[in-house]
Design a protein around this ligand. Structure first.
Ligand code: FAD
Ligand code: THG
Length: 827
């Protein structure tokens, strides 16, 4: 009898098969994989996937998933007996070509990501591109990015190998078994209903690919993915390829991307396969899927008929890049279906309502093994080695789960898939989804808005432009290169200057605010975080939520507003999910997202007290309301909560009220501020000031992959003040404080080169880490970059940041760069 949980996996595509393999590889033997289609070719997306694997990605997690897929699929060859005829991964390399200067520059940027992730890749000149891919017309291109370890996954064959290995360890695969429902009892999954009867289970994982929405709906889970069709074409025989390959080896040329035309290519023996993202987005409703009772390579429910007109321009473009195609024609094509999501990331996680029901969907072949390994680790060990915040199904705000939002943004992602996208580039639509009560005033002040989680957020205010002429010389920002100048304005310098020398108002409404209340609130929070929660009413605590291994799940501020009432300043929906789960377990705690019904203005700067004190009867003196204390009072007659803390590192308060009073609060503060030279300030200044102060941003600077000690947040871990908490054993273990890497503060030597994040950092000429956050430090007159680097680099150590292939010299600095004595805040 097996002692491991009974797991049912829905879907035997590349994700489900990998998951069964990863679970059984960890000793879980009671694994049943069900698929509605026949085995091993089920007719899902995997059954037709051409299997190009490009590893380099802006996301570190996605790159790591891909690299693991490469490594694993290479090793799978032997499961099928090895030999050229049975490869699961053909490491032909990857080549991405540029036909515009912008693309060529972007390939340098991408090369930087590869270096940062330890993936060997090189920007190569036209001659080398032509040597690597002799079918290409070299006069059409400007250069390329070559990644020798990329290649082709034979996805359908890998499924066969994975099934074989998983079965040898006890897994059971059942084809032609359609899941029709999910059985549950008392909030726990108990099995799945199928057209062949009930299959009992302790854990169910849906790996149903683009069918995932329907499976999720069986437990009331909203799965934000959209099935879209994407064109793939086979040419006839290409005479120039004749005799180069054979049926077994299939391909020798690198996989090729021609992103300026939204196209990619691979060899199929003596033919070329062409994929196109250039066509109109083609959303597919499951009702339109072809009924197929004899699934084969050419007939599958996931394949729609080829719409030739959509491909015509791309055929022309393909013949220009690869003139050998003039000697052949399109043989056939199809519109294949797979999943897109609002932000392009996969969807991984457990249902919030039905324990034991998990999903792993919207996953490419490229990332399949990596995602499956992480899900197996979550199930078996409770924690994934690779951090998953960009993959969690709970990363979305509620409005982002709406059908219209999913449809629009997923199609937009399809359109933009190969575009050069600036890290600050906001979505164009939908916009004005969430506006703070200050929106009208901000618009009047010429706010330039970017978007985050639906919120319109001022990046800077055009109304401050005249003040640029008043900037003291030492505050004048250097001119930027074209890329870092995008979505930026020198007005940010004014807003930073005013914050450090006078007073500024920041809209903090987009900060996720969660109310935690009830008899068990204090105890529940105390179990979740590293700081002491049972403090006096009016206390505010900066603290960390860890996972069991001591990785940082979030950094939070917790304000105690009453004996059983707390307000948590959080980092987004994942924190809400964490608190909701804990509350469900506690039973006597209520958790409410109050972000939308409330608003917040940060009033910060040396003159903040002069501005606010006259408006309130509360004593806002240094002694009257100490740093990290809060008070519920009135300002200008408006009920508010004022919290004395500042992410920008200045004297002042976050002032909260409910939404209906928001505009009035703004007006009262704004009017009173005129005498003190108040400005409205945006996120550009905000980000610069917080980096000067050394304040970390969760998700960018640290994640569950990092311990508090590595992240420089050990001060927030207070085991001696409290009882047990999640992660306690890990952070108090012997040696936990001896770290091998550190979040390190760098300043840029030339005083002007602003980097943006994700760039590789070289120490002694060796790639040693990567930039997390960066900004120009207006107060110190130099750009700042935080980076993960080997621990122990002394201040003064020279390093090099690679920016678009160019070296940017930087120096390790002791942090924080501004006000290490806290003199500006504590007065
Ligand atoms: P699937 O392979 O679709 O597996 C899901 C399974 O769930 C199916 O077998 C289905 O039958 C089963 N299922 C669904 N509902 C039920 C039910 N109710 N009961 C039982 N079983 C059910 N990716 C790359 O990485 N590189 C590429 O080059 C690439 N090219 C592509 C080209 C095209 C034309 C297309 C369409 C996609 C391409 N992809 C590529 C994407 C890739 O194919 C998919 O992302 C991947 O195959 C998804 O794998 P999966 O296991 O999640 O889904
Ligand atoms: N405001 C509120 N909540 C938040 C944030 C915020 N929660 C999420 C995120 N931002 C948390 N980040 C920080 C980072 C640093 C500080 C506050 C929130 C901070 N740190 C002091 C320091 O390190 O000097 C803490 C000192 C102490 O622990 O006493 O102020 O912006 N509401």
């Amino acid at each position: 009898m097996s002692t491991t949980p009974r797991v049912v996996v829905i879907g035997a595509g590349i994700v489900g098969a990998n998951l069964a393999d990863e679970l059984t590889g960890r000793g879980w033997t009671d694994v049943t994989v069900l698929d509605q289609g026949p085995l091993p070719l089920t007719g899902g997306s995997t059954s037709h996937a051409p299997g190009l694997v490009f590893q380099t990605n802006a996301s570190k997690t996605m790159s790591e998933f891909a690299s693991y897929t490469v490594e694993k699929f290479l090793s799978l060859d032997s499961v099928l007996g090895g030999g050229d005829g049975a490869w699961c991964f053909n490491q032909v390399g990857g080549l991405e070509v540029a036909t515009t200067p912008e693309r060529l520059a972007d390939l340098h940027r991408k090369q930087g990501w590869a270096t940062a992730r330890g993936i060997p890749a090189q920007v190569v000149d036209v001659d080398e591109c032509a040597r690597l891919h002799p079918l290409m017309d070299p006069t059409r291109i400007l250069g390329g990015l070559h990644t020798p370890t990329d290649g082709l996954a034979k996805a359908a064959r890998a499924v066969t190998a994975l099934i074989r290995r998983a079965e040898s360890r006890g897994a059971v695969f059942r084809g032609s078994t359609r899941v029709t429902g999910v059985a549950q009892q008392g909030g726990w999954v108990t099995g799945v209903e199928t057209d062949q009867g009930l299959v009992p289970a302790d854990i169910v994982v849906s790996c149903a690919g683009f069918w995932g929405r329907e499976i999720g709906a069986m437990v009331g889970m909203r799965v934000p993915l959209l099935p879209l069709a994407h064109q793939y074409v086979f040419t006839g025989q290409v005479p120039d390829l004749a005799g180069r390959n054979d049926e077994a080896i299939e391909a020798r040329l690198p996989i090729l991307r021609h992103q300026d035309q939204d196209l990619y290519y691979r060899e199929h023996n003596d033919r070329i396969g062409i994929g196109s993202y250039a066509h109109r987005p083609m959303p597919v409703s499951l009702a339109e899927l072809p009924e197929v009772d004899d699934v084969s390579e050419s007939r599958q429910p996931s394949m729609l008929p080829f719409t030739e007109d959509d491909f015509a321009p791309q055929w022309e473009q393909s013949r220009l890049l690869l003139p050998s195609l003039n000697d052949t024609k399109i043989d056939h094509g199809f519109n294949g279906i797979f999943s897109f999501t609002p932000d392009g990331g996969p969807l991984v996680g457990e249902s919030a309502d039905v324990a034991g029901f998990w999903i792993a969907e919207a996953v490419w072949v490229t990332h399949s093994a990596g995602v499956a390994r992480s899900v197996a680790q979550l199930l078996v060990d409770g924690r994934s080695e690779i951090e998953l915040h960009g993959c969690s199904v709970h990363r979305f705000e509620e409005f982002q789960l709406a059908d219209d939002y999913v449809a629009e943004t997923s199609q937009q992602n399809f359109v933009e898939i190969y575009d050069v996208v600036h890290p600050l580039q906001p979505k164009l639509s939908p916009r004005e989804v969430r506006t703070s009560p200050f929106y009208a005033r901000q618009t009047d002040l010429g706010a330039v808005f970017l978007e985050a989680r639906g919120w319109e957020r001022p990046q800077w205010y055009t109304a401050n432009a005249p003040l640029v002429a008043e900037l003291p010389t030492e505050w004048l920002p250097p001119t930027r290169d074209a890329w870092s100048a995008r979505f930026h304005s020198p007005i940010a310098a004014v807003e930073a200057w005013k914050t450090r020398t006078a007073v500024a108002m920041y809209d903090m409404t987009s900060l996720t605010r969660i109310e935690v209340s009830g008899p068990g609130a204090c105890a529940m929070l105390d179990r979740l975080v590293t700081g002491k929660m049972d403090k006096s009413v009016g206390s505010v605590t900066y603290t960390l939520a860890l996972d069991e291994a001591g990785g940082i799940r979030s950094d939070l501020t917790v304000a105690r507003l009453g004996p059983e009432l707390f307000q948590v300043g959080a980092n987004g929906p994942l924190d809400l999910e964490m608190l909701r789960r804990a509350a469900a377990e506690a039973g006597d705690v209520t958790v409410r997202d109050i972000s939308g019904g409330t608003c917040c203005i940060g009033v910060w700067g040396p003159l903040a007290r002069d501005l606010v004190q006259p408006l309130t009867s509360a004593d806002l003196s240094h002694e009257g309301l100490k740093f990290f204390r809060c008070v519920q009072t009135e300002i200008g007659g408006i009920p508010v909560t004022a919290m004395r803390l500042s992410y920008v590192g200045e004297l002042g308060w976050e002032i909260y009220t409910t939404a209906e009073y928001g505009q009035r609060l703004w007006d009262v503060l704004w009017r009173a501020g005129q005498a003190h030279g108040v400005v409205a300030a945006g996120r550009a200044a905000f980000n610069s000031l917080r980096l000067e102060k050394g304040y970390r941003s969760w998700g960018a600077d640290m994640t569950t992959e990092h311990s508090p000690y590595e992240a420089g947040l050990g001060f927030a871990v207070r085991p001696s003040t409290k009882g047990d908490f999640v992660g306690r054993a890990a952070v108090t273990a012997e040696g936990a404080q001896d770290v091998a890497r550190s979040l390190t503060c760098l300043t840029v030597d030339d005083g002007r080169s602003v980097v943006l994040g994700h760039e590789p950092v070289l120490v002694d000429g060796e790639p040693s880490g990567y930039v997390t956050s960066a900004a120009y430090g207006h107060t110190i007159g130099r750009p700042i970059a935080y980076a993960w680097l080997p621990a122990g680099l002394e201040p003064g150590t020279p390093v090099e940041i690679q920016y678009f292939g160019h070296p940017v010299r930087a120096t390790v600095a002791s942090e924080p760069l501004v006000d290490p004595e806290m003199a500006r805040i504590r007065r």
